[in-house]
Design a protein around this ligand. Structure first.
Ligand code: SF4
Ligand code: SF4
Ligand code: SF4
Length: 214
């Protein structure tokens, strides 16, 4: 985090975001090992493939708060939201391939992929690439204590204790603070895991898998 920048206030989050939208974590670009089966397509890819129009916006949270220098181009409007933003010159239309490339880039940078649905609708309006230091939803959930503001994915990380060498790589990747090193040993709190999958592909020991939440 870059100190001395702006930040959300509790009042701003309560006024504009809390209770106005649902944010759901989605794992991306990762092979998900279910207890009985392997799913080779991520939920994100499915969402984007079903979209008729995809628009790429600049990340408004990072622009406003500026607590990090993570990629700015991982904020995607879907269908009507995409059209509205293109008409207002807030966004450019991109192809599914460009969208998936942007999502791969933001995944590699360690950003959490989120699907946003506004209250009272069941349509996904935005697919975003978020960090806990700038995003309104992750800030609300992780830093301001509104844990119900973000829903976990239907997956959860599963740890192979025998393989883990406590290198700490996954601690850096987890935006939800589900992983910590205590006296040189990895502590994994599965109850804090939102199932984003960010820790999985960077574990050098292949000690982490995503499984369907029980
Ligand atoms: S929700 Fe996420 S991607 Fe969208 S503007 Fe905020 S931080 Fe950026
Ligand atoms: S990255 Fe893998 S080996 Fe390293 S601490 Fe995490 S689970 Fe253990
Ligand atoms: S442990 Fe953290 S990084 Fe890994 S899937 Fe869970 S929330 Fe994501």
């Amino acid at each position: 985090m870059i100190p001395g920048k702006n930040d959300w206030t509790r009042e701003e989050l309560e006024k504009d975001y809390i209770g106005k939208m649902t944010a759901v974590t989605i794992p991306v670009n990762t092979s998900i090992r279910g207890r009985q089966r392997v799913l080779d397509l991520s939920e994100l890819e499915e969402i984007l493939k079903r979209a008729t129009v995809i628009a790429q916006l600049e990340c408004g949270c990072r622009k406003k708060v500026g607590n990090c220098i993570d990629p700015m181009d991982g904020c995607l409007g879907i269908n009507d939201t995409a059209i509205q933003n293109i008409e207002r010159n807030n966004a450019k239309q991109i192809t599914i391939e460009e969208a998936l490339e942007a999502m791969k880039r933001t995944y590699d940078a360690g950003l959490v992929h989120m699907a946003y649905v506004f209250e009272g609708t069941d349509r996904i309006e935005y697919v975003c690439s978020c960090c806990s230091c700038c995003c309104h939803s992750l800030s609300a959930a992780i830093r301001f204590g509104y844990e119900d503001h973000v829903f976990s994915s239907k997956y959860v990380a599963d740890q192979n204790e025998d393989r883990c060498k406590s290198c700490g790589t996954c601690v850096e990747r987890c935006q939800f603070k589900a992983r910590t090193l205590i006296d040189g040993n990895l502590e994994f709190r599965q109850d804090k895991c939102f199932g984003c999958g960010l820790c999985m592909n960077t574990c050098p020991e292949e000690a982490i898998s995503l499984v369907e939440r029980g």
